[in-house]
Design a protein around this ligand. Structure first.
Ligand code: NAI
Length: 395
């Protein structure tokens, strides 16, 4: 595969239009198809506006912008994708609909075409099973916004051809992306490892240890994260975030570590989805973020101690997930750290962070949480135990 390979992108929504932009910027003629009439054309029209701004900012010359846009070809029939060497699907997150699309595609593209899915939460293996040649199917999981975020999780399914992941990794690197390879397991790397950032923050709030702005402040001031968990959930959308949490939990056969929270469920039921509805954990009136008023009679606490306690509790839960992902061979040490810094902009890789904090300290904190609550939610990864015993470090 090189830039002469014709690319097809199916689904011209948030992800599909971004992926088409990335492919066209990398020099590929890119067909963009959507079942919704006019969707591909309107995606192209809004990309054209984006490029006007990029030209204004001096990121592209007028000629470069024009040639990128000219490479994106709206298709109104799936059959127009016949010449594609790589097709990336970014349609609705529904297994039956994706399977039907992959089966239909196989009858259209050539025998060596690669078929990729951008699914966030479905099994690549299950989608591939719809094909007569499942060896050509792979997951290429982009992050939103696809043109800006560098990470791509490359996810071979059970039946993927042996060399397919490496070929796709090379192509994604040629597109200027940062590919990591991971096993076809729920949440891949990022959506699995990041769960406690949200879940443990909500849990701390539910226990009444701190209000939401304080928890957000702890993660930003002490942890160095760009956004606090509640701010980020409001940005992502509580509906989207809750669905990911629920899906990961269900797909892990209800492992209590990933259990969703009533707090977030109620937010979704109330329609308080975050920024997009003007109200979430915070309210957003006329572009102003309003903090919720603190409950009256709040205890006087040592704020520095509280912020440190909140941050370290969430952080060790994140580290535990990263260690467990390594323990189960989901990805390599470096790819796990890369995924969290490049996909969700964490200030540091979690395994590197574990080294800096001391593995034995992280384990000790998890063990005390587990002893205090008696819940499997806090069970430490066997890898942390093993490493603490031997005094090893991740890096
Ligand atoms: P979206 O709703 O913005 O776009 C989906 C598009 O697919 C729509 O335009 C729809 O008309 C079209 N579509 C639906 N069924 C189709 C079919 N059978 N054939 C052709 N087109 C069809 O959705 P979004 O957010 O772009 O998500 C697409 C995929 O990417 C999903 O699998 C999602 O899980 C995944 N994803 C989403 C991310 C996000 O942050 N939105 C991040 C990474 C992955």
């Amino acid at each position: 595969m090189d830039s002469s390979t014709v690319v097809g992108v199916i689904g011209a929504g948030t992800m599909g239009s971004g992926i088409a932009q990335v492919a066209a910027q990398a020099g590929h003629v890119t067909y963009l198809y959507d079942t919704r009439p006019g969707a591909a054309e309107s995606a192209l029209a809004s990309l054209s506006k984006t490029f006007d701004k990029l030209v204004e900012k001096g990121k592209f010359t007028k000629e470069e912008a024009a040639s990128v846009l000219a490479r994106i070809k709206p298709a109104n029939d799936l059959k127009q994708l016949a010449s594609c060497g790589l097709v990336i699907e970014a349609i609705v997150e529904d297994l039956a609909i994706k399977k039907k699309l992959f089966a239909d595609l196989e009858a259209i593209v050539g025998p060596y075409a690669i078929l990729a899915t951008n699914t966030s939460s479905l099994s690549v293996t299950a989608i591939a099973a719809a094909c007569t040649k499942p060896g050509r199917v792979i997951g290429l999981h982009f992050f939103n916004p696809a043109p800006l975020l560098p990470l791509i999780e490359v996810v071979p399914g059970l039946a993927s051809d042996a060399q397919l992941a490496n070929r796709c990794t090379k192509l994604m690197a040629a597109w200027g992306k940062t590919p990591v390879i991971c096993k076809d397991t729920p949440g891949f790397i990022v959506n699995r490892v990041a769960r406690p950032f949200y879940g443990e923050a909500i849990r701390i709030y539910e226990e009444g240890l701190a209000d939401m702005p304080t928890i957000d402040r702890a993660m930003k001031e002490i942890g160095g994260f760009k956004m606090g968990p509640f701010e980020l959930m409001d940005l992502i959308g509580n509906d989207v975030n809750f669905t990911v949490t629920k899906t990961v939990w269900e797909n892990f056969f209800y492992d209590p570590r990933y259990k969703p929270s009533f707090t977030q469920q109620r937010m979704v039921e109330a329609g308080w989805l975050g920024r997009k509805t003007g109200c979430g954990y915070y309210t957003y009136e006329q572009g102003q973020v309003q903090e919720r008023p603190a409950a009256s009679g709040e205890r006087q606490v040592d704020i520095e101690q509280l912020l440190n306690d909140i941050c370290s509790r969430i952080l060790v839960m994140l580290i535990n997930e990263a260690a467990d992902a390594l323990h189960f061979g989901i990805a390599t040490r470096d790819d796990i750290d890369l995924a969290m810094t490049k996909g969700v902009s964490y200030p540091k890789g979690l395994l590197k962070w574990a080294d800096d904090l001391g593995i034995a300290n992280c384990l000790g904190k998890l063990e005390s949480l587990q002893a205090e609550f008696g819940e499997d939610r806090y069970r430490p990864s066997p890898l942390l135990r093993k490493m603490a015993r031997s005094g090893a470090t991740f890096h």
